[in-house]
Write a protein that binds this ligand. Structure first.
Ligand code: GTP
Ligand code: SPV
Ligand code: MN
Length: 603
């Protein structure tokens, strides 16, 4: 048999066979295995991973079907500085993206991919983002030498046979090539070629860098495609809120990484509201693909089938639904291993274990200090779990519907200690696009960088927009014109703090109180206060049954400080100016109008 040739190819798609052959020649694997999506194949891969040490099987009684994985210590979050958009023209990537020419990028990466899979198996993973066959959906094929990637993709996407059958009808797919190579950060590259519908990722084994259906395909490549095809690919959760009358309203919300999408998407109503009959249905926690349908409304699907969620802080108070979700068939990455072969992380339920093996694989005891005198963490702050949505008690019954769900409201939100009030509503679509485009947020552990620093993160898409962001803003403005019934746009901030640095708003399940106001605004059943930044609730219109915040706290949360906002506008000006003449005039108009309103109303 000729080496590196596809054996027993389960497809007749010539384009696919030719590409797999070519990539195999480059990467030099010993063997090629096609992923069929079967339970049998998954079990074999799990066994192999346990034998090789890539996975540790967790306690089968307490955590059936669960595994622990540890990454390299410098491979624990997306590496934005090693992530590139490779378009022919630099201008098409815009000032917000790292850019390389396709020629230079392929050449540089090819040198790292060369024979990188020697002694390893190359897995071919055909996957569909979105229900197989839906007009919303896109197909990708990922080639990888990581079994961990295969097992994660089996949770996060629809993969295997059914996708290959679909590829026989329509042979268009995103070519996704991944190799761990040496897991060397100096030879790590996450490359996107939107003009070639291709992704090359090498030298990493961390989620967002290597599960190529997720940020790479469903956001960076798809945002580019969505512009051409007039739809939206967004970093948004999708949730249904069942109202007391039984009707379910759907909303989509964009918050930057590790800023609360997962928590909000599956919240359990607080007692005070539960008695009214509210219930939340989870459609997605990270990505929304949205299209204008013939009814003139915006409809959304979640293209994924799993959650890749932040572990630290997940507990029965913050997110009881997720605690139930991760009890089976879950892959944990970079958490603490307990002596009974279960797992723990900072902020988990129950007592702090008296010992364990930390995420680096070292023996751990609580309150042990590192060289700088800081307590050594059991789990990495960006430790994650990969878990099927189907496990989630609040999983929506519409997850597999090819048409998705109609969206009544779009919510933007950031992590801001100051400035942004708890909630406000944009005056109209164009103003709403301005609100999204000017989002700011403090950095978290989800990206490598300086924690706490505020950066502008438009629509929570700064790290995920696959083209010039000025064009992206223009696309958003145009989308508003395509809709007879555009969703209303809101901004929320769960993270406002008092002078002592304490959160003013309890957040988590209590956020439903704010969502209730948002839905009331969508139904036109409550008035609101007009402020320079947008409509803000009258405090008495937020149902506070069962929640006592103390005197004046809600007022403080809703306050719009004109001086702070004028300061904020300086940062926005600087950000907008980076886009030079590409910046849509409409957004500068909104900027001018806001400045005017702030001055007029100013102290
Ligand atoms: P990615 O998966 O990285 O895209 O992020 P995500 O937006 O899904 O983040 P997630 O929901 O996992 O956010 C986790 C962090 O947000 C944790 O630090 C939580 O404690 C915090 N968080 C979530 N909701 C709230 C809230 O309502 N209030 C406060 N104060 N913190 C919150
Ligand atoms: C994020 O960082 O926004 C995530 C995790 O959702 S990752 O998939 O790693 O990008
Ligand atoms: Mn995300």
């Amino acid at each position: 048999m000729e080496k590196n040739k596809v054996q027993n190819t389960p497809t007749t798609n010539k384009k696919l066979i030719e590409w797999v052959n070519r990539m195999a020649k480059l990467c030099g694997p010993d063997k090629i295995v096609w992923i069929d999506g079967s339970e049998e194949q998954k079990l074999i891969l799990e066994k192999e991973c346990v034998a090789s040490g890539e996975l540790i099987r967790l306690n089968p009684e307490k955590l059936p079907g669960c595994f622990l994985h540890r990454t390299a210590q410098d491979d624990v979050a997306r590496t934005e500085h090693l992530t590139f958009i490779c378009t022919k023209k630099k201008h098409d990537a815009g000032p917000n993206n790292n850019w390389m020419s396709p020629f230079a990028a392929y050449r540089k990466a090819r040198a790292i991919f060369k024979n990188a899979m020697k002694g390893r198996t190359m897995y071919v993973i055909p996957f569909s983002m979105g229900p197989v066959g839906s007009t919303f959906s896109k197909i990708g094929v990922e080639l990888t030498d990581s079994r961990y990637v295969v097992l994660n993709m089996l949770i996060m996407t629809r993969c295997g046979e059914a996708v290959l059958r679909q590829l026989e009808k329509n042979d268009d797919f995103t070519r996704c090539l991944h190799s761990k190579a040496e897991l060397d950060i100096k030879k790590r590259l996450i490359l996107h070629f939107p003009e070639d519908n291709t992704i090359w990722s090498v030298g990493s084994g961390y989620g967002g860098n290597v599960l190529l259906g997720k940020k790479c395909l469903a956001l960076r490549i798809s945002s580019f495609t969505a512009k051409k095809e007039k739809w939206l690919a967004e970093h948004m959760l999708i949730m249904g809120i069942e109202e007391p009358n039984g009707h379910i309203e759907y909303i989509a919300a964009a918050f930057p990484s590790a800023c609360g999408k997962t928590n909000l998407a599956m919240l359990i109503p607080p007692e005070g509201l539960r008695v009214k009959g509210y219930r939340v249905w989870t459609v997605g926690d990270d990505i929304a693909w949205m299209r204008v349908d013939t009814d003139g409304s915006l409809w959304a699907i979640n293209p994924e089938t799993g959650f890749f969620g932040v572990a630290p802080g997940t507990n029965s108070n913050a997110n009881p639904n997720m605690v139930k979700t991760v009890q089976k068939n879950t892959i944990y990455t970079n958490v603490l291993l307990k002596p009974d072969n279960t797992v723990w992380w900072e902020g988990a339920d129950g007592e702090v274990p008296s010992q364990g093996i930390d995420w680096k694989g070292n023996p751990w005891k609580p309150n042990t200090l590192d060289d700088e005198g800081k307590a050594i963490k059991g789990a990495h702050p960006n430790a994650r779990f990969t878990t099927p949505i189907a496990n989630c008690p609040s999983a929506s019954f519409r997850l597999d519907q090819h048409h998705g769900v109609p969206i009544s409201a779009i919510i933007f939100g950031g992590r801001r200690q100051h400035v942004a009030p708890l909630v406000y509503e944009a005056f109209n679509w164009q103003h709403g696009v301005f609100v999204g485009a000017t989002m700011g947020s403090e950095l978290t552990a989800a990206q490598v960088g300086k924690l706490g620093q505020v950066r502008r993160d438009p629509m929570a898409m700064l790290p995920f927009c696959g083209y010039n962001m000025a064009e992206y803003f223009r696309h958003w403005l145009n989308m508003g014109k395509l809709m007879a019934k555009p969703p209303k746009i809101f901004h929320v901030n769960w993270f406002r703090m008092d002078e002592k640095g304490k959160f003013l708003w309890p957040g988590f399940c209590e956020n439903l109180r704010v969502l209730e106001w948002i839905l009331d605004r969508c139904d036109n059943t409550v008035n609101a206060m007009r402020t320079p930044v947008g409509y803000v609730p009258y405090p008495f219109n937020i149902d506070m049954t069962g929640l006592n915040l103390g005197n004046g706290v809600l007022e403080k949360l809703l306050n719009v400080d004109k001086e702070e906002w004028q300061e904020e506008l300086k940062g926005i000006n600087k950000f907008f100016a980076e886009f030079k003449k590409d910046m849509p005039r409409e957004l500068w108009d909104e900027y001018d109008a806001l400045l005017e309103r702030l001055k007029k109303n100013g102290k």
